[in-house]
Write a protein that binds this ligand. Sequence first.
Ligand code: FES
Ligand SMILES: [Fe+2]
Length: 384
Amino acid sequence: MKVAIAMLKDTQVELLQELVELHDNKAPYLTEPWTQVETTRYTDPQRFAQERERLFLARPLIAAHVSELPGPGCYKTLELVGKPLLLVRDESGTARCFINVCRHRGAQLVGEPSGCKHRFSCPYHAWTWNSSGNLIGVPHEKTGFPELDRQAYRLTEVAVEERAGWIWVRLSGAGEIDVAAHLGELDGEFERIGAASHVVFDSTVRELNCNWKILVEGGLEAYHFRVAHRDTIAPLFLDNLSSYQCLGQHMRSVLPRSTLPELAGAPSADWDINKHANLLYSLMPGSQFLVQEDHFVWIQGIPIAPDLTLTRLSTMIPAAANTPEEQSYWRRNHDLTMYTLDEDFELGESIQRGLDSGANPHLNFGRFEGALARFNAAVDEAIA
Ligand code: FES
Ligand SMILES: [Fe+2]
């Protein structure tokens, strides 16, 4: 079953052409000068606080895939950037997001990870809200809370928007969330990944002892494939060949597979990027979407401390291919992705452990690691 990204044909040919030429010339993709970044950008608590506040709290973040709230009353609880959240579809089918905290004396309102109901009753004294966030029940209200203004005790609401198959939230600031503006020039192409017609096959969560940026950087170059992934995916890719394009604050990386040279003899009208490259979309701040031939992987890094990141990896498969016969195929895919990323994660943690050693005042990005320089520049711009 092949459901591949419908990228515009001209863009596909342009991206592949560039890589075919580089491969023919035995040259890597060089767009930036050799640069250095200060080691403290991965350890400094003040910088971390700025990134948390100005990137993760102020920008739209994906809280769930639409299939996780399939109908009215379906809910999911999660913690995002330190905020306990209750995502729920109200009776009219609108996705809403509330802080998962009781408005009486602050107990956690919903404990289950997911379910389906329209009334949420606090486990402490049973104040109760409906799925629109309205307070609908207060035991002994007349004697204990005379003239209580129930409207003032709605659940605390967070801005939500459904777009491109995802449920987005924005955790700080007032007013509407604007995901299209956040995606900017990536908006249409991001929608064409087709997330809306996919489902979550499986998710694996890891708590990693490293800065969130180190994890993003790990996906932005192919320089390490032959070394770090020699026993896993290295044979599937060309050595140290990848390109990237900055799309506003976000980035698209093209990672050509070892079949790329086959294109040289074929008419470009027949070129299909899904067959010869993986695409990696890095969305500011911490989400990456690895688009493969017949499915994609969503990797979300949520910072907890300068040296601690919660990472969730979800294998997203076409809803139509979620059949009993295909389960073992998707399981193998999920396991291989996890196994490969664990190789990256282990290295990410090893980098973090050495940051305070005094060995390196700077880390170095070679000319074929230009995407890392651009990513770090985009972070700096966003928190300036
Ligand atoms: S703390 Fe929730 S009802 Fe009292
Ligand atoms: Fe890697």
